[in-house]
Design a protein around this ligand. Structure first.
Ligand code: GLY
Length: 356
C-alpha cells in the first residue's frame, strides 16, 4: 500500500483581495533511507533544493509569471549534477546523455516539449521556446537542436552533462545485468509547479530519463499529460518516477481532469447552498490531496512508483508519492518555506491557516 505524504500548504484567496503565490518543486523520488544518507549529502541536497525554490520564489514575489517561476526553479537543478536533468543526466545504453523536458502554461494550455536533445544546456528553456516560438508542441532530437540553434539557445559540450557517478551506474548496469532501478534507486527527474499573483498556473519537468535507456525510449517527463500538465481550471502537476507507468495512467492530466470535474461540482453546489458554504467545504475537503493520492495509487496498482507535486488555483502546494522519499520543497506568499527528502518530514501545520 502506498505511504503517501499528505500535506497541503493553503494559500486561499483572502477576503481582503490580497494576491497570493505558491510554488512546489521536486528533484526526484525513489528508494532512499535516512540511515544511508550522510549529513553532508543531505545538506547538499537541501541547499540545492532551497536554491531552486528561492529562484522560483523571487520571480513570484516580484509579480512574475508562473511560467517564468517554473523555469527559474528548474534551471539550477538542471545545472546541478546531483539531479538527473541537464548536467548530471543518466547515460543511455550507448553512453550518451539524452535530455527531455516539457512545460505548460495553465492560462491557455500552451505547451512545449523536447526529447532526446544532447547539446542544449537547459532543456526546459528549449521546451518553452517550442511553446512560445513554434507552431508545434513536441520536437525531437536533431530537429529540436536545429530549432534551438535558430532561436539562439545556449549549448554545452558532452563533457558538461557527463558525470562520473552516472557513468559508473551505466557500467554497473551492464556488468551486473541489473535494471536501471537497481543502479539508481531513485528517479532524479526535476520539476516545478507554480501559481502566480495573477492566478495563473504552470508546470515544468526535465530529465535524463532512465540509466541504460535504448531503442529511443522516451519516458513521461516530456509527454504533456503524463509528466507535466497545467490548467487554470484545476491545477498544475509535475511528476517523477517510472515513466512507463506515468504514461499509461496519464498521471498529470488525470489529476487535473478529476479535479476540474470536482471543482465544477463545487460550483454547482454553490448555487444550492450558497457560495460561502461551498467555498468552506472546498477549503476543508482536501480534494487535491485525495485526487493526487488516488491517481498515484493507480500507478502503484499497475506496478509503478514515483511521485507528483501539485499546486491548485487556491494556492495549495502539495506532494503525493509512493516511494520512501522524494526530494522536494514548497513555498508560499504566506511564509511557508520548506524542503524535505523522506516521507512525513514536512511540518503538519505549515501556515497560519492550518485547517484549510
Ligand atoms: N520519469 C522519467 C522517466 O521515466 O524518464
Amino acid at each position: 500500500m502506498a505511504a503517501f505524504a499528505t500535506v497541503s500548504a493553503p494559500v486561499s484567496a483572502d477576503d481582503h483581495g490580497e494576491k497570493h503565490w505558491s510554488i512546489a518543486i521536486h528533484g526526484g523520488a525513489g528508494t532512499m533511507s535516512p540511515d544511508k544518507m550522510t549529513p553532508e549529502k543531505r545538506a547538499e541536497y537541501e541547499v540545492a533544493l532551497q536554491t531552486a525554490l528561492d529562484a522560483g520564489k523571487a520571480v513570484l514575489a516580484n509579480g512574475g509569471s508562473a511560467v517564468d517561476a517554473v523555469k527559474a526553479a528548474i534551471i539550477p537543478m538542471e545545472d546541478n549534477p546531483l539531479f538527473n536533468a541537464g548536467r548530471g543526466a543518466v547515460f543511455t545504453w550507448e553512453g550518451r546523455n539524452e535530455l527531455d523536458a516539457s512545460i505548460m502554461d495553465g492560462r491557455d494550455r500552451s505547451a512545449g516539449a523536447v526529447t532526446g536533445v544532447t547539446t542544449i544546456k537547459n532543456p526546459i528553456l528549449l521546451a518553452d521556446k517550442v511553446r512560445t516560438d513554434s507552431p508545434h508542441v513536441f520536437l525531437m532530437g536533431e530537429g529540436a537542436e536545429q530549432f534551438a540553434a535558430e532561436r539562439g539557445l545556449e549549448t554545452a559540450p558532452p563533457e558538461w552533462f557527463a558525470t562520473e557517478h552516472r557513468r559508473e551506474a551505466l557500467e554497473r548496469m551492464k556488468a551486473e545485468q541489473v535494471s536501471a532501478l537497481e543502479v539508481d534507486h531513485k528517479f532524479g527527474t526535476v520539476g516545478a509547479v507554480a501559481l502566480d499573483m495573477d492566478g495563473n498556473l504552470a508546470a515544468g519537468t526535465s530529465t535524463g530519463g532512465m540509466t541504460g535507456k535504448r531503442w529511443g525510449r522516451i519516458g513521461d517527463s516530456p509527454v504533456i499529460g503524463a509528466g507535466t500538465y497545467a490548467d487554470n481550471r484545476s491545477c498544475a502537476v509535475s511528476a517523477t518516477g517510472w515513466g512507463e507507468y506515468f504514461i499509461r495512467v496519464g498521471v498529470a492530466h488525470e489529476i487535473c481532469t478529476r479535479l476540474r470535474v470536482l471543482f465544477e461540482g463545487v460550483d454547482a453546489m454553490s448555487t444550492e447552498v450558497g457560495e460561502d458554504e461551498a467555498q468552506d467545504w472546498l477549503l476543508h475537503s482536501n480534494l487535491a490531496q485525495g485526487v493526487s493520492d488516488s491517481v498515484m495509487a493507480e500507478v502503484e496498482e499497475l506496478g509503478g512508483d514515483g511521485g507528483v507535486i501539485l499546486v491548485t488555483p487556491e494556492g495549495d502546494a502539495l506532494f503525493s508519492f509512493n516511494t520512501t522519499g522524494m526530494y522536494r520543497g514548497r513555498a508560499t506568499s504566506d511564509g511557508v518555506n520548506e524542503v524535505a527528502i523522506f516521507g512525513g518530514e514536512e511540518s503538519a501545520e505549515p501556515s497560519s491557516t492550518p485547517d484549510h
